[in-house]
Design a protein around this ligand. Structure first.
Ligand code: APR
Length: 240
């Protein structure tokens, strides 16, 4: 067996920066590539504020299909390995573009969800917010006013939540190791966030079976799946 490429215990602040690929082995479809969600669904019709304003019921049907699919999925070895790292490095955080909640279900305690959560909804008219794990969510009306609840997800054309962006930025500035896993690095501003860590001196590792536009900026690229890549990098089941 090859020895791990590094020890998380040698780093003070570790950031795992994740995209849809980290959940692929759990059975959650990615967005692009073979079987990708946006190959089957037009995001302008199902994942944008104008679509929600035109037809909230249709947008909710799409998100309920996603809720039902993700509810059947379990965290995989990569999610578990990331959570286990908390026992070995002083500061470990996850900055994820995923909305599936699988990092939290695996036991990660510090998770910054750049693109919101499939499990949260909000009312933009009265400010009501809710976290509900129902799959499907049947009651899509705000309980306090006549409006529809809206999935608390950053859709196409939406800005990131400034508070989440700020806290993620602070983690990136502080980190000395950033491991990017399973993102196509095509969606901004998320795609360029690892470069902030790089500018502040962090070592950058990419785990992805495919090269991405950001790959040339990484110190180490492992062209394999999330779980196999973490195994190679850290010794997935013994990340000390
Ligand atoms: N392990 C690791 N990486 C994988 C695996 C795997 N088992 N399977 C696929 N990948 C990689 C693909 O090679 C691809 O680079 O995961 C990446 C998935 O890319 P996308 O589907 O574009 O997902 P992501 O980068 O997270 O998308 C960003 O786009 O639509 C928006 O808001 C949505 O958060 C999402 C954002």
């Amino acid at each position: 067996m090859e020895s791990p490429l590094l020890r998380v215990a040698d780093y003070q602040h570790v950031v795992f920066f994740t995209g849809a690929g980290v959940s692929a082995e759990s059975g959650v479809p990615t967005y692009r590539g073979r079987g990708g969600i946006w190959k089957h669904y037009d995001y302008e019709r199902y994942a944008s504020q104008p679509a929600f304003e035109r037809n909230p019921e249709e947008v909710w049907r799409f998100h309920n299909v996603r809720r039902e699919r993700v509810a059947k999925c379990l965290p995989n070895a990569a999610h578990r390995c990331i959570a286990a790292c908390e026992a070995h490095a002083e500061h470990v955080s996850v900055i994820t573009q995923n909305i599936d909640g699988l990092h939290q279900r695996a036991g990660s305690n510090v998770v910054h969800e750049l693109h919101g959560s499939l499990w949260r909804s909000r009312c933009d008219d009265c400010g009501y917010t809710a976290t509900e794990f129902d799959a499907p969510l049947r009651d899509v009306r705000c309980p306090h006013c006549p409006a529809y609840k809206r999935p608390d997800i950053v859709w196409f054309g939406d800005a990131l939540d400034p508070a989440v962006f700020e806290i993620a930025t602070q983690a990136l500035i502080r980190c000395d190791l950033l491991v990017s896993i399973g993102t196509s690095a095509l969606v901004y501003p998320a795609a360029e966030l690892p470069m902030l860590a790089r500018r502040h001196g962090a070592r950058l590792v990419e785990i992805n079976p495919e090269p991405t536009p950001m790959s040339p900026q990484f110190d180490t690229c492992l062209r394999t799946t999330a779980s196999a890549g973490l195994d190679r990098l850290l010794g997935a089941f013994d990340p000390s």
